[in-house]
Design a protein around this ligand. Structure first.
Ligand code: ACM
Length: 658
């Protein structure tokens, strides 16, 4: 397990921490005062801070600002920008001593960050609730630290957006990338073109009042909101109400399936540009942020190829393929976006010599396009490697750096153009029920990569802090653990979930695009199975792997060996309790074999330990039999991996070489 340095229990790790002596005790005499040129965000943040601190400690902490004897003095030097910008100074200095606390920042954003740091530092000790004495000088490595939430594939109610904004604030994310339209849904009210939401959303869309509310909620938390309207592909839902925008005659229906589809806007018609200009004008007025995302990914060109008028147009303009036509579209689109006062952002497919340098390129396909963009003086964002929907462990995202691979060799001024990155929560297999669990706590690993120094990369420390972060997010009201339990109870049909939890605890969902590729899913499919319920990453399996590795390196303590045996016995015996339940449940029947196999996996691990503990080799025949079984058990069943199997395999393999 990672060693936590005092004062560094938090995520993301601050830039500089100087330890002090003693503690700043949080009790009923806690009094905060605010000085300087603070804006409303600071007073709202102080209210929120006191409510959270009170909730965390159970101590009533009324907001007694300007009390005569404050022990927490907060100073902000400026009111900050009207519209949160990339150049704003997000730094802060937090001084914690046994006599009192001071938080000083040049801008309200630094105050917000410093308050989050304070909240995460609260511990319980001999003096009750307290924060260890220290001085923190902190600032972010990158100015753009985003989370994309796809609300098109599955709609996410406002409450879901808000609690995830709370989580983002805690982790110092500062951009919500709101994916608002795609083939499967158009999720925002347009007054100018109401058939967009009327025909394209199944009634599930945000009113403009709700959007303003979410934007305000985000601004209060130091978070910009960048809307994405994906064009000219990924746009079937637009065509249900406005088929004249498409490159093939309608009628169109909302797409139910997952994948890349043919419909694309007819980008050769002036009427399309007239429509988009009016639409962008309306949305540019609604979203105050300076950046506007136009998607631009995965246009397959099929509708363009099959339309003779479009083919003629391409020929007249000397375009050799659909990429040239998309570049022509992007150029005209960029002029419109710019005319409406916004800077255009698009996925890396938009990168083209004809586009002005001011565009921002968001890479989902690797660092290469970012390096290319930076060399031509455009700015870039990394999302490749940060796709939370692929169900990879946190360590995998943690290891991806915006300035690694192709971008590592950029000149210093080119590196400046890499603005940061965004974790992406695509929602094909995500609902309001399990989205928190798919985002948190893994997104915190990305948050740290984007905030903390490049050399902060100790994986054990990250996992130790991720665990604390997860617990902290529970207190904030995130539902990654609460809904996980509720979903287990739904599967079980009662609250008696202990045995089911034991099994679920060692399982992980299949990775990458495995489920999408089965073709068994669309957005009418219920996502209520065990694969939708288990956490993306099994902490128990990771811890067990650690125990096995130390055991095989002969560095484990007797307690750790005992722990391994207790776990293995628990897994061996679990199916006895669980099997009768599984048999009678339509939702759980598919995991009968996984539960049964866990018995053998546990027993095999114990047998291997017996052989190894007695210094002996196991009979070759036994080893081969067990490995044959484990190789099978390692494959996914019911779209779930048993994550214990690889470690047990290691134990069995070790019985040949002792
Ligand atoms: C993307 O994943 N197509 C942006």
């Amino acid at each position: 397990m990672g060693v936590l340095l005092r004062g560094q229990e938090i995520m993301p790790i601050p830039a500089v921490t100087h330890p002090g002596t003693g503690q700043f005790v949080v009790n009923a005499s806690f009094k905060i005062s605010v000085t300087g040129k603070c804006d409303f965000r600071v007073s709202h943040a102080v209210d929120r801070f006191l409510q959270r601190l009170s909730r965390r400690t159970g101590i009533p902490l009324p907001n007694l600002q300007n009390d005569s004897a404050p022990n927490f003095v907060l100073t902000c030097d400026s009111g900050g920008e009207e519209i949160q910008g990339l150049e704003e100074d997000e730094s802060y200095v937090l001084q914690l001593t046994s006599a009192g606390a001071r938080l000083q920042a040049p801008d309200p954003l630094g105050v917000l960050h410093g308050l989050q740091t304070f909240l995460q530092l609260v511990v319980q000790g001999p003096n009750g609730f307290a924060v260890p004495a220290m001085t923190i000088k902190d600032h972010p490595r990158f100015p753009w630290r985003g989370l994309l939430i796809d609300t098109a594939r599955h709609f996410m109610p406002v409450a879901v957006m808000k609690r995830n904004l709370d989580g983002m604030e805690a982790l110092k994310f500062n951009v919500l990338h709101w994916h608002l339209s795609d083939d499967q849904g158009f999720r925002i009210e347009s007054n100018r073109f109401p058939k967009l939401q009327q025909f394209g959303s199944d009634g599930m869309y945000y009113t403009q009042a709700e959007v303003r509310d979410v934007i305000q909620y985000a601004r209060d938390r130091g978070i910009r909101v960048v809307p994405e309207f994906d064009v000219p592909g990924h746009s079937t839902s637009w065509f249900v109400g406005y088929p004249e925008l498409a490159s093939a005659p309608g009628p169109y229906q909302i797409e139910r399936g997952w994948g890349v589809f043919d419909p694309a806007m007819d980008v050769t018609k002036d009427s399309t540009y007239k429509f988009l200009n009016d639409f962008i004008g309306e949305m540019a007025g609604l979203f105050p942020d300076r950046y506007f995302h136009i998607g631009g990914d995965e246009v397959n060109g099929k509708q363009w190829k099959n339309n003779p008028q479009i083919q003629d147009f391409m020929q007249q303009h000397g375009m050799k393929d659909h990429r040239d036509l998309q570049a022509y579209f992007n150029k005209r689109l960029q002029e419109m976006v710019s005319k409406h006062g916004k800077i255009m952002v698009g996925w890396d497919e938009i990168l083209h010599p004809d586009l002005p340098q001011e565009i921002v390129v968001q890479s989902w396909r690797g660092q290469k396009s970012l390096a290319e963009a930076a060399r031509r003086s455009s700015r870039g964002l990394l999302s490749s490697g940060y796709y939370l929907d692929l169900m990879f462990p946190a360590v995998r995202h943690y290891g991806v750096d915006p300035l690694s691979g192709s971008t590592a060799s950029l000149a210093p001024e080119e590196k400046q153009r890499i603005l940061g990155g965004e974790a992406c929560m695509w929602a094909e297999f995500v609902t309001a029920n399990n989205i928190d669990d798919r985002i948190w706590p893994r997104a915190a690993a990305v948050a740290e990569r984007l905030w903390s120094a490049q050399d902060v990369k100790d994986v054990d420390s990250m996992y130790a802090r991720l665990q604390k972060t997860s617990e902290y997010l529970d207190w904030l009201g995130l539902k990654h653990n609460a809904n996980h339990r509720l979903m287990l109870q739904r599967l079980r049909g009662s609250s008696d979930i202990q045995a089911l939890e034991t099994l679920a605890g060692v399982l992980e969902p299949v990775k990458e695009y495995f489920r999408e590729k089965t073709g068994n899913y669309d957005n009418t499919t219920a996502l209520n199975r065990l694969v939708d319920t288990v956490h993306p990453e099994s902490d128990i399996a990771r811890q067990f792997r650690g125990l096995v590795d130390r055991y095989l390196a002969r560095s484990s303590t007797p307690e750790e060996v005992q722990q391994m045996r207790i776990r293995l016995a628990q897994w061996r015996d679990n199916d006895q309790k669980l099997a009768p339940v599984l048999q009678e449940s339509p939702l759980l029947k598919e995991i009968v074999p996984i539960s049964r196999d866990l018995t053998t996996v546990g027993a095999t691990g114990l047998q291997a330990l017996d052989y190894l503990d007695h210094g002996g080799r196991a009979p070759t025949k036994w080893r081969h039999q067990q490995l044959a079984f484990l190789n099978d058990a390692e494959k996914p069943q019911a779209e779930l991996f048993d994550m214990i199997v690889p470690a047990v395999k290691k134990l069995v393999q070790a019985t040949s070489s002792q």
